[in-house]
Design a protein around this ligand. Structure first.
Ligand code: G6P
Length: 607
């Protein structure tokens, strides 16, 4: 995820671009840059937050009234001045900013190197600038169109050339892009809030469309060149609503971003037959074959993601796996060796306990793989192998989309390791691949059923205690659902394996006590139903998360939150979403500060 901006009009472009980037900083903040045309095109860019770019611009200002800008959240190449956007071709006449991923960038890059091209950055974006320059024969629109035809992936890009002043061309393939229409000036941005204080009239660019922007307005076409007649929409949100993309809270916005996050995490990494490509994972096949144990270590929500990984490694790969809280593992004196892999999971890559556990594993000879959302984070720098989750910045303290990306990343890793060890049946690999590729659509469907979470939230919002139960993968989801609820609603909640309920907690189940049960694991369905019956017999209220085709649960549940049927191994991916929405709505009904719950922090960098 990155933020992109463009401006054509009578005013100085620099302050407009920088101001827009500030408002888009939530989409990425590891480096930023702008390019402004004034006869030639000049670029200024700086690693770090936008304030660093502003400081640079004070020393080296840019004048001109056409420009493009970018705030970056790295996917290819570490955050640095040279990897910051905009990127240009060697002549400096064509400049590009880009949000998203060019999946076939490696083969495009090799093709260009064969033709003598040299690159100054590690990004996929620079390749686009080279390609556009090569394809140019007097018409920038056609050059961009031909370049798009060569590039696979999900992205938005904005292009400007010295050869055609006063014009910007942009393309959307999945990543968002809007045009703001002013009086004699036109804006481009990743989202509406970036320029909402300058205009309220917008054109939303849709997938596989391009837009040609001048000071007089914008022309929308399909990527193939057919004209598009797009309605101008007038926005009347207030500025606070706008920052959250129209959502009331960042948490809800981030929950709704999950389909797009899954698409990004998978992009370029998973073939239909289940073959996986992980760009920063370099362990060799002999090492993978000799592995005798996997450790997974993390804290909080990342630990709950690790619970899913543990189950997948054990069940699908038949590989011993243990997930351990990092703050426990570091003092547990575990027996580790070079035949083991330690996977440290951390959204921020900066959690002190997780870093300490990862270092300890490394010192004991275990190879260390980081699953993290932040390129260049301390954890990523320390790790032998890295699997970036590509969820984009997460603002809400309660993690949702970063958790989702951690799940997807672990499925990818398991498929990659399983293929080498020969422990994943090819049919299962293909089924998982298919299921993962379908998952954005499944989650869209679950999100469209938000009203069922509101009904469930009404039922538990005044409870003293809430219990979450499930078996196997559903137990992992129960843990995460319970954590989400307690951290933002401040209700006491507890999760346990469904079979454990009768060993103590059942004493607390009396009339009306809510028990949330997750039922995506068909193999243990009947066993879980036994626990449900134990709850019913004591007067407890059952709130279930169940597949559409599960009619049995109607006999027992007071409320059912339905999800579409999916492969059991992927059930948790779909089942966590209603639980996120449940927690959100309970907290909202209780009028809490949802994005910044009391006593908690997004990243805990102390022990
Ligand atoms: C804090 C946050 C949690 C997060 C945990 C681990 O406690 O509030 O949401 O899950 O840290 O953070 P990490 O960045 O390592 O994933």
């Amino acid at each position: 995820m990155c933020g992109i901006m463009g401006y054509v009009g009578p005013q100085e472009a620099t302050p407009i671009l920088v101001d827009g980037l500030r408002r888009l900083e939530y989409r990425g903040y590891d480096s930023a840059g702008i390019a402004v045309a004034n006869g030639s095109i000049d670029i200024r860019k700086a690693q770090g937050k936008i304030v660093n770019l502003e400081t640079l611009l004070e020393v080296e200002p840019l004048a001109g009234s056409v420009g493009i800008g970018h705030t970056r959240w790295a996917t290819h190449g570490v955050p640095s001045d040279k990897n910051a956007h905009p990127h240009s071709d060697p002549s400096g006449e064509f400049v590009v900013v880009h949000n998203g991923i060019i999946e076939n960038f490696q083969s495009l890059k090799e093709g260009l190197i064969d033709k003598g091209a040299e690159f100054t950055s590690e990004t996929d974006t620079e390749i686009l600038a080279h390609l556009i320059a090569r394809e140019y024969d007097g018409d920038i629109v056609e050059a961009v169109r031909r370049t798009v035809a060569l590039s696979e992936g999900a992205y938005a890009m904005v292009v400007m050339t010295k050869r055609e002043p006063g014009k910007i061309v942009a393309v959307r393939k999945i990543s968002p892009l809007v045009v703001g229409l002013g009086d004699g000036e036109t804006f481009l941005a990743s989202d509406i809030p970036a320029v909402l204080h300058r205009t309220r009239d917008f054109i939303i660019i849709e997938d596989d469309e391009m837009v040609i922007v001048t000071a007089d307005g914008a022309t929308v076409e399909t990527i193939d060149g057919s004209p598009v007649d797009r309605e101008v929409i007038h926005i009347d949100w207030d500025s606070q609503q706008a920052e959250k993309g129209g959502y009331e809270h960042f948490m809800l916005k981030e929950i709704n971003e999950q389909p797009a996050v899954i698409t990004e995490t998978l992009a370029g990494r998973l073939d239909e037959d289940g073959t996986v490509w992980l760009e920063d994972v370099s362990f060799d096949d002999d090492y993978v074959r000799d592995l005798d144990r996997v450790w997974i270590t993390a804290c909080g929500t990342a630990y709950h993601a690790g619970l899913i990984g543990q189950e997948i490694f054990r069940r699908v790969l038949r590989l011993p796996a243990n997930v351990e809280y990092a703050h426990e593992l570091r003092y547990a004196d575990p027996i580790m060796s070079s035949n083991q892999l330690t996977i440290a999971i951390s959204q921020s890559g900066e959690t002190a306990d997780t870093l300490a556990a990862a270092r300890q594993a490394g010192e004991q000879g275990s190879r260390m793989l980081a699953i993290t959302n932040v390129v260049g984070s301390t954890l990523a720098r320390y790790a032998d192998d890295i699997l970036y989750t590509r969820a984009g910045p997460e603002i809400s303290v309660a993690s949702t989309k970063a958790y989702m990306a951690m799940l997807i990343a672990q499925y990818l890793l398991a498929l990659r390791i399983g293929a080498v060890r020969g422990t994943v049946d090819p049919d299962l690999a293909a089924a998982l691949s298919h299921g993962l590729h379908q998952m954005p659509g499944v989650i869209e469907e679950v999100l469209s059923r938000e009203p069922q979470a509101i009904v469930a939230a009404e039922a538990i919002k005044d409870a003293q205690d809430v219990y979450f139960i499930g078996r196997g993968l559903d137990y992992a989801i129960a843990m995460e659902g319970s954590l989400k609820l307690k951290e933002i609603s401040y209700l006491h909640s507890e999760a346990m394996p469904a079979g454990e309920l009768k060993h103590g907690t059942l004493a607390l189940i009396t009339d009306g006590v809510p028990v949330v049960v997750i039922l995506t694991q068909r193999a243990v369905y009947d066993k879980t139903i036994s626990a449900v019956q134990e709850v019913k017999a004591r007067g407890g209220r059952i709130i279930a998360v169940a597949y559409d085709t599960d009619t049995e649960i109607d006999k027992y549940a007071d409320i059912v939150m339905r999800i579409p049927d999916v492969e059991d191994l992927l059930g948790p991916v779909a089942a966590v979403v209603p639980l996120q929405l449940l927690a959100y709505h309970v907290a909202r009904m209780r009028d809490h500060d949802i994005d910044q719950p009391r006593n908690l922090a997004k990243s805990v960098t102390v022990e």
